[in-house]
Structures are given as C-alpha cells and as structure tokens.
Design a protein around this ligand. Structure first.
Ligand SMILES: Cc1cc2nc3c(=O)[nH]c(=O)nc-3n(C[C@H](O)[C@H](O)[C@H](O)COP(=O)(O)OP(=O)(O)OC[C@H]3O[C@@H](n4cnc5c(N)ncnc54)[C@H](O)[C@@H]3O)c2cc1C
Length: 401
C-alpha cells in the first residue's frame, strides 16, 4: 500500500526544504513529505555552491530575484542564528579593474540603491588596496552586508524540523507519476507515494519532473558547470572578504571570484561551462540523453548564436589552470600557478528560453494539482526562505498571520 501525504515536495535541496517549511507554517495540520533521490539532502546545487549570502546588488529592480533575495537573506540569517549555524559577515568588494568598467560599476551602484541594499559605498583604488591587500582595481563597491554560510547545515536543520510532519525520504527518485482525481501517485524507486498536492523543486531535473507531470515547461534546464580551485595559504592568509569582478552583462553568472568559505578555505571560481550532463561535475562527462535533448531543443541554436564565443572561452577555462589563473590575476595580480590547489565544482540549473536567451528571473509555473519551480539559480540559496513563502502562497496555502 502506498503512503499518502497532503503535500509532497520533490527535491531535498534548500528550495524544496524551505518550501516544505513554509507550507507547514501556514498549514500545521498538513502531512508533508520531501522526496529526495540521493542518500542525503543538499547533494547537488545546495551542497556545491560558493556559500555566499548575497546582498541583492545585482538584480534588476522589480524582479523576483531582487525582492526575494532581500527578504530571504534576513529570514535565512535569522534561522541560522536560531539554530546555531555558522555564518560570517565578511562583506564583499565588487572590483572595477579598468577605467572602462567604471560605467558598469556605477550601474550596479544604482541597482544597489534602487534595491535598498544598505550601506553600499564606492571606494577608490587606495582604500581597496588598504582593505584588501593584494587586490587591485581602479575602484570598487564596498558591500558590507554580504556574508558566508554553511548551506548544507541549513538544509540538514530544515530536514530535521520536517521529521514531525512527514519528513524527508531519501533514496526516493520520482520516476513516473499518475494523476488521480484527488492528487497524484508518485512512483519512486522506493515505492509509491500518494500526494494531495505536489511541489516540484527538483533543481537540475525540474523541467524533466514537470514533463512527467504533463506540464510543457516554457523553459529548458541547461546545466552549467562551475569549477573552483582551492587557493593555498599564501593567498588565503591575505583575503578576508569576498572579492568579485564586474559580471558580464550578457550572462546571468557573476564571474570568477575569490571566496573565503565558512570552513576557513579560500576558493577561486566558478567559471560557467556548459555541462553535457545534468550532474556533469567533471569536464568531459557526456550524458547521451542530454546531448539528444540539446539537439532537439529549439533554444540550442539561439544559445550558440548569442553565447557561442563566451561558451567557448568558459569551456577552455574548465580544462586547465592557465585560463583560470588569468581570471584570478585580473583581481589578484600576484597569483601564481603554484597557488592553485585541488579542484572542485558545482553544476547550475539554468533555464533557457526557446529563443536561446537565458531566463534571468525565478520562474514558478502552475500545473494541475502542482506547482513547479522551474528556474531557481543564484541567489536562490540566499532567497530560499522567501522562495518558500512564495511557493506556499502560489500553491494556495494562506498565510498563518
Ligand atoms: C557553482 C554554484 C555556485 C553558487 N553560488 C551561490 C551562492 O554563493 N549563493 C547563493 O545564494 N546561491 C548560489 N548558487 C545557487 C544555489 O546553490 C541554488 O540556487 C540553490 O541551491 C537551488 O536549490 P534547489 O533546492 O532548487 O536545488 P538543488 O540543491 O539542486 O536541489 C534539488 C534536489 O532535487 C533532487 N532531485 C532531482 N530530481 C529528482 C527526482 N526525480 N526525484 C527526487 N529528487 C530529485 C536532487 O537530487 C537535488 O537534491 C550557486 C550554484 C552553483 C551551482
């Protein structure tokens, strides 16, 4: 016999777990289960990211990213404090390396103002040098509210809290679905689960899960791998803040940056190379099904036309340290090949429209008896608690207050 829950969330990343939490807060009597295909929560994007709590500077004023990043970061930091999860308010510098980048820096300063990000201030080359030794630029934005956090610890704490209402079922890949008059039967590798309502937060597989539930997603997920290098003590001992370049305005990614992590290590990355596998954590991983999907996806050609040059550069950067070192040296000119240590990577779920352009905002799509989160890339970890609130509201669970 299958188990039945009022609500089933597919995906035990931070967005799925925060959505389950928000639904529970609004409907305490509802039984809620989270189905996760891996053996633990936070196994993909949530556990393979830069660990940054963003401040809300980059995002188009009025966008969901701007709104939910600002409200979500506060909810996230409050939760972390209440649960004793480590965070550190180390601040960020966004650096203009050349005079030609100053208009872009000014544009970001304007966005920070429009998004009501507190305490953002332009600093000159001298102040940057004094506050971030070894970092060079002609000017920078000083963003003191940026922080770092342990996202997997947040996900584990959320999962613990859900145990009382249903809990997280790991090892439960959803592989087929059947619509019923009163909800869904989800066929998982661990058996059948019945759901009154389903929330799809399957990250890298969210469009595939939507397809299983009869929804033709308006976007397709293209996996973009981000590689990082650990930097050795020589650089690590000098970098105490987040150091970011100005982002490429053509891309929704933030560029190779220097990131002190909550465990005390220092990472440089991530680049953004198309991965030919949803979980393609290593260059050279090809999933024939993914290649087949890309070959019939109408957006592939448009994507190649729009981003072909950038894609080739990022692809090269993912194969060896030389191109990577060049990107690091833009921010930290004294970096040497010997500073680069072990490599690690994450894969972003980035939605692409049928015309090949990248979707720049979070996307929620209603389906019968379900809500599908179809684009939740960065800053979705920062915004996760606010995304959860949005999901609960869109799914029709009235606010408790
Ligand atoms: C390299 C990189 C750097 C980033 N840096 C930052 C940052 O510094 N700050 C920030 O705010 N954001 C950052 N992000 C973005 C952030 O990590 C993601 O937006 C966020 O983690 C998305 O959470 P999620 O729950 O939607 O996805 P995920 O964490 O990927 O979770 C989705 C889950 O669904 C499961 N799943 C998939 N299919 C099925 C199925 N059929 N059945 C059951 N389970 C399934 C997966 O196993 C997975 O655990 C970064 C992302 C990457 C990749």
């Amino acid at each position: 016999m299958s188990e039945r829950f009022d609500v089933v969330v597919i995906g035990g990343g931070i967005v799925g777990l925060a959505s389950a939490r928000a639904i529970h807060a609004r409907r305490p009597s509802a039984s809620i289960a989270v189905l996760e295909k891996e053996s633990s929560v936070a196994a993909h994007q949530t556990g393979h990211n830069s660990g940054v709590v963003h401040s809300g500077v980059y995002y188009r004023p009025g966008s969901l990213k701007a709104e939910l990043c600002l409200t979500g970061r506060r909810l996230l930091l409050d939760f972390a404090e209440a649960r004793g999860i480590r965070t550190s308010p180390i601040g960020k510098f966004i650096v203009a390396s050349r005079a030609e980048e100053l208009p872009a820096l000014e544009m970001l300063e304007g966005r920070a103002r429009a998004n009501h990000v507190p305490s953002v201030r332009r600093i000159d080359a001298g102040e940057l040098k004094a506050r971030a030794p070894g970092v060079e630029g002609v000017a920078a934005l000083d963003i003191p509210t940026a922080a770092i956090i342990d996202y997997p610890a947040v996900a584990r704490a959320l999962a613990e809290d859900l145990a009382v209402v249903g809990g997280v079922r790991t090892g439960s890949r959803v592989r087929a679905t059947t619509a019923r008059g009163d909800g869904w039967t989800l066929d998982t590798v661990a058996g059948e689960v019945d759901a009154g309502f389903v929330v799809n937060c399957a990250g890298l597989e969210c469009d595939l899960v939507a397809g299983l539930m009869g929804v033709r997603a308006p976007v397709a997920i293209v996996p973009f791998r981000g590689d990082y290098y650990h930097l050795g003590d020589r650089v690590r001992s000098t970098i105490t803040s987040l150091i970011y370049p100005l982002p490429d305005p053509e891309m929704p990614f933030l560029g190779v940056h220097l990131t002190p992590m909550i465990d005390g290590s220092l990472l440089a990355g991530p680049n953004a190379a198309i991965a030919f596998a949803r979980e393609g954590y290593r260059p050279g991983t090809f999933d024939p099904r993914e290649l087949q999907r890309l070959s019939v996806f109408p957006g592939s050609l448009g994507m190649l036309r729009r981003y072909g040059g950038i894609a080739a550069r990022e692809w090269l950067r993912s194969w060896g340290p030389a191109e990577f070192l060049a990107a690091i040296r833009v921010l930290y000119p004294a970096a040497r090949r010997t500073d680069l240590g072990a490599r690690t990577s994450g894969v972003r779920a980035q939605a692409v429209r049928p015309d090949g352009s990248m979707e720049d905002d979070f996307v929620f799509v209603h389906g019968p008896g379900a809500l599908h989160v179809l684009n939740a890339p960065s800053p979705a970890a920062t915004a996760s608690f606010a995304i959860g609130e949005r999901v609960a509201a869109e799914a029709g669970f009235a606010s408790a207050s």
